[in-house]
Design a protein around this ligand. Structure first.
Ligand SMILES: Cc1cc2nc3c(=O)[nH]c(=O)nc-3n(C[C@H](O)[C@H](O)[C@H](O)COP(=O)(O)OP(=O)(O)OC[C@H]3O[C@@H](n4cnc5c(N)ncnc54)[C@H](O)[C@@H]3O)c2cc1C
Ligand code: FES
Length: 257
C-alpha cells in the first residue's frame, strides 16, 4: 500500500464535546487510499520544529477528497491542532498501518468503543454497511455529554455516572448484550484505553468470539524505524510486534496487553 505525504487544507474544525474536536481536511490522495483502522501521522505545524514528533490519529471517516480526524486535546500537539481554522494547513503522512480485517463473513459486527476509542468507527461502519453486516455499536463514556455518536449505527451507551444508558463500563454493556442472544455470528471490533481492551479480550476469549483491537499507545516515527511502539505477542517468531506497522489493529489472541 502506498504511503502519501500531503499538505492538507482544513475545511472545518468543530468542538463536538468539551475538548473533543472533529477536524475535516482536504487530502485527496490519503482519502482515496485509506481503509478503516488505518491512521495518519500529523506534523501539526510544518513551519515550526515544535512539536518535533508527528502525532498519530485514526482516520475517522472519509468523504470524497476529505479525511476527518476526531481527537482529544491532551497536550501541545493536539492543542495546536485544535487551534487550526479553515484554510490553515497540516502536514500528513498516510494512510499508515494495518486496516481492520473484513475478509470473513460477519453476521453481527459488535463495535465496542471506550471514550475517544470511537474515532476509527465511523469509517469502519461505512465499510461494514457496504458489506451488508448487521452492526451494533456500544459506546462507553464518562458522562452523557461525552458520547459521540455521529455516523454510527444502532448505538447503545454505558456511562460511568449513569447519565445515559447503562451505569457501568462498556464491557459490562457488551456482556449484557451478548447474553441477550441477539448477536448471531458476532465479531467484536474494539478501541479504547488499554484496561478496557484487556477486559474486552477476556470476554471475547471466554465466549470464543473473534475480536480485533485497535491500539493507540505512544508512537514516534509511525513507519517501523524507531522501534518505539512495541506490543508483546502471544506467539510467533518475534517476541514483540510494532503497533505502527504490524498494527494498530490486532486479533485479540495475537497480543498480550
Ligand atoms: C495509531 C494511533 C491512533 C490514534 N488515534 C487517535 C485518535 O483518533 N484520536 C485521538 O484523540 N487520539 C488518538 N491517538 C492518540 C494521539 O496520538 C495522542 O493523544 C497525541 O499524540 C497526543 O499529542 P499531544 O502533543 O497533544 O500530547 P502529548 O504531550 O504527546 O501527551 C499529553 C498527555 O497525553 C498522554 N498521551 C499521549 N498519547 C497517548 C496515547 N496514545 N494514549 C494515552 N495517553 C497518551 C501523555 O502521556 C501525556 O500525559 C492515537 C494514537 C495512535 C498510536
Ligand atoms: S513508531 Fe517508530 S517503529 Fe513504531
Amino acid at each position: 500500500m502506498t504511503m502519501r505525504h500531503e499538505l492538507a487544507r482544513v475545511i472545518t474544525s468543530r468542538e463536538v464535546a468539551r475538548g473533543i474536536i472533529r477536524l475535516a481536511v482536504r487530502s485527496p490522495l490519503i482519502a482515496a487510499t485509506a481503509l478503516p483502522g488505518q491512521f495518519v501521522n500529523v506534523r501539526v505545524d510544518h513551519r515550526s520544529l515544535y512539536p518535533l514528533l508527528r502525532r498519530p490519529f485514526s482516520v475517522s471517516r472519509t468523504d470524497g477528497e476529505v479525511c476527518e480526524l476526531l481527537f482529544n486535546v491532551v497536550g501541545p500537539g493536539t492543542e495546536r491542532l485544535a487551534a487550526k481554522r479553515a484554510d490553515d494547513t497540516i502536514d500528513m503522512i498516510g494512510p499508515l498501518g494495518k486496516p481492520f480485517c473484513l475478509d470473513h463473513e460477519i453476521g453481527t459486527a459488535v463495535i465496542v468503543a471506550g471514550g475517544l476509542g470511537v474515532a476509527p468507527f465511523p469509517f469502519l461502519t461505512a465499510a461494514l454497511e457496504k458489506k451488508g453486516a448487521r452492526i451494533l455499536t456500544l459506546l462507553g463514556a464518562r458522562t452523557r455529554a461525552m458520547v459521540i455518536r455521529d455516523h454510527l449505527t444502532d448505538v447503545r451507551v454505558a456511562t460511568d455516572d449513569g447519565s445515559e444508558g447503562l451505569k457501568g463500563t462498556v464491557v459490562d454493556l457488551l456482556e449484557r448484550t451478548l447474553s441477550g442472544g441477539q448477536t448471531p455470528n458476532p465479531k467484536i471490533f474494539g478501541c479504547g484505553p488499554t484496561p478496557m481492551l484487556r477486559a474486552l479480550s477476556a470476554v471475547a476469549a471466554a465466549r470464543d468470539i473473534p475480536c480485533e483491537l485497535s491500539l493507540e499507545g505512544s508512537m514516534a516515527c509511525g513507519v517501523g524505524l524507531c522501534q518505539g511502539c512495541p506490543v508483546e505477542r502471544t506467539a510467533g517468531g518475534r517476541k514483540y510486534a510494532l503497533v505502527c506497522t504490524d498494527g494498530p489493529t490486532f486479533e485479540s489472541t495475537e497480543i498480550t496487553l
